[in-house]
Design a protein around this ligand. Sequence first.
Ligand SMILES: Nc1ncnc2c1ncn2[C@@H]1O[C@H](COP(=O)(O)OP(=O)(O)OP(=O)(O)O)[C@@H](O)[C@H]1O
Ligand SMILES: [Mg+2]
Length: 320
Amino acid sequence: MIPTNFVPILSTDQTILILGATGTGKTHLGRKIHDLSPRKNGKFVSVNLATLSENLIESELFGHERGSFTGAETKRVGRLESAEGGTVLLDEIGELSLRLQTKLLDVMNHNTIVPVGSNREVKLNVRFIVATNKDLASEVKEGRFREDLFFRVQTCTLRLPSLMEDSGRAWGLAKNLLEAACVQQGKQSLRPCPSLEEFVRLQPWPGNIRQLKMACDFAVAVCSDGMITASHFPPSLQLSKETIQRSESYIFPSEFKLAKEQFERLYLEQILERCGGRINRTARTSGISKVTLIDKVRRYQINVPAIRWKNEQETKQSCN
Ligand SMILES: Nc1ncnc2c1ncn2[C@@H]1O[C@H](COP(=O)(O)OP(=O)(O)OP(=O)(O)O)[C@@H](O)[C@H]1O
Ligand SMILES: [Mg+2]
């Protein structure tokens, strides 16, 4: 995953920007870069900036002095200082406010921090890795990301492709993830069935490696012995429209139960679309009772954009 011309960069203190959609492995790669660097014996501190409010980010990153704001009863060492000698991964850097971007740029340029409510400068010895799923160049154009910070972080950029762009990778990853799940769950005798490859390759995996990992963990958990097959994967993955569109000639799985589920899912997507997403009309047209229909829509997680519940309150109650 790390291009060979990038390897020499790993042993430096160069800031690295990792780009990629959700679940493509940005945090995982950040950790790997740390483990491959001379700082590997230091701490690896990962901070997700999207999960913290503006006020919290500042004291979380830079620390604060006792009494610097209401509730600051004790002095606190920030996450940057706590990673001394190691690596800091700032995840979702695109979420940082313009004010804090200025402060961060200053920290990166001078290797010092000033804790909230303090006037003392603390020397910092950390390597920065930053990650985002946003297009930072467009964020700069829109005025939401500082151009100077963009130039500071973008020199060494690694972009992680989504599994949709790089479907060939999904099977290799799946084999490793299944093997790891077997070890973790104490089921080393399980083996992936050769026909599983096509199933994995044809899935769109919108949640990328995170979704693939969850699905592999699930498959290993439900498979009791022998071969792990497509039927062990979560029902929500069984044949979606995108899956069919990606395959020139889809062959139904040999197991009847699985083939029936796949047919039901496709049929319901089509009939719901034809009925303008109206549940009552779809129930009448298909001859399926409303309760069964709602149950199947939920079970297969069918997501027809125009889906309309005539009496939403009543429907929600009947589903719960
Ligand atoms: N190359 C890989 N091999 C095995 N597992 C991986 C790999 N890359 C990622 N994973 C696993 O996939 C999951 C998602 O990875 P990660 O959290 O790094 O993604 P992310 O891009 O940082 O997601 P987010 O956008 O939500 O921050 C994690 O459980 C991680 O361990
Ligand atoms: Mg992440």
